[in-house]
Design a protein around this ligand. Sequence first.
Ligand code: ADP
Length: 149
Amino acid sequence: MQHTFLMVKPDGVRRQLIGNIVRRFENRGFVLVGAKMMTISREQAERHYGQHKEKPFFGELVDFITSGPVFAMIWRGDNLIEVSRIMMGKTNPLEAAPGTIRGDFATYVGENVIHGSDSPESAERELENFFSTDELLAAGVLSSATDRI
Ligand code: ADP
């Protein structure tokens, strides 16, 4: 059983795609155990995308992800991280297969509707960046306040 962090990005929220995206993961058998609408700070965005700090698109990326509310989610399920990445589709929507979220809803790499953790390590780091200890406890990600994910 895995937990992962999924986030509908500001373009997906603006386009009212939250319900469609949540339904896809529920239909697949995954369980939504925590969620909130939030506008992320630049510090949080820079931490989230720290691995891209040196990339030419980093500024654009931080501007975009802080441009409006995101829908941050905690999901639970078997093989969730691998399957959720397949359901999202390739990073560049032009390469994403039809039937995937990015393949169905996006055309531009800078606005590709959804984020999902790509490994158990990044899921842990990203869940801690977006959710408080209380929220992680309520979602069942942590079983005690001194626990690690
Ligand atoms: P993923 O979101 O699929 O895990 P990455 O971690 O490689 O992909 O990239 C993070 C995000 O940075 C992407 O989702 C995308 O929105 C953005 N991005 C990646 N490459 C570019 C690019 N060439 N121009 C603009 N934005 C980009």
